[in-house]
Design a protein. Sequence first.
Length: 262
Amino acid sequence: MSNKKPIFSIITVVLNNKSGIEKTIQSVVNQTYRNFEYIIIDGGSTDGTLEIINNYKSQIDVLISEKDSGIYEAMNKGVKYSNGNYLLFLNSDDYLSDNFVLEDVSKVLIMNYDLVIGNAIALNELAKNIKKIVGCKPIRKELHKKSFSHQATFMKRELFETVGYYNQDHKYASDLEWFYKYSILFDNTVVIDRLISYVSLGGVSSRGMFKSNYEYFKVRLKYSVSYLTKIYLLLEFGLYVSLRIIGIVKIKRLLWKKMGWM
């Protein structure tokens, strides 16, 4: 943190995550590079999360705690309160990989890129590494087969004035849609082979997983360039739905057998 205009704005969105928020905060406030501001947008936590946040109040530049409609409204709120040249969204349960992340990334910014994208590691509920998300350029014709992590993407603040803010009608895929919109307008991205953050996948229910996949499917279908890609997406999602139905039927049959109904 500094009195001059910050280079980075780190934005954390949280709601009732007493167990995970402290690790997130510590990974930010312990950065060796100090020219940043830290913004926390809390959705009105009632589980003790705010008490933990308040322990670090002197190291937090903006703290907003009020109800919102969901994660993307909270993220948009964070953008509007930010003053840094580059934004990084690091939500609760996510954390920076080490204390030198901002210092290393700051050395790349001299080239004035719009996006600086690094790597992330996804963690399951047991905090075990399950997937490495390797940074890649958001090229429109390839986005249907790429994975992106906003927790490893430094975004120019001014982009939100041209690309737009996150679509609050979405619950899962608004960040992917933002990358699509960016790829239509700009191509000034650098990918660095640097681990930026650890990302918690959390516990997604079967129903929530289906809704998430369906929303991602709709976004990819809407912004895909070629008809071949659209056909591929339709076939892929159709196969996913078919396998899901088969899986549900098998589970029901097993339950019926166990209960003596078959």
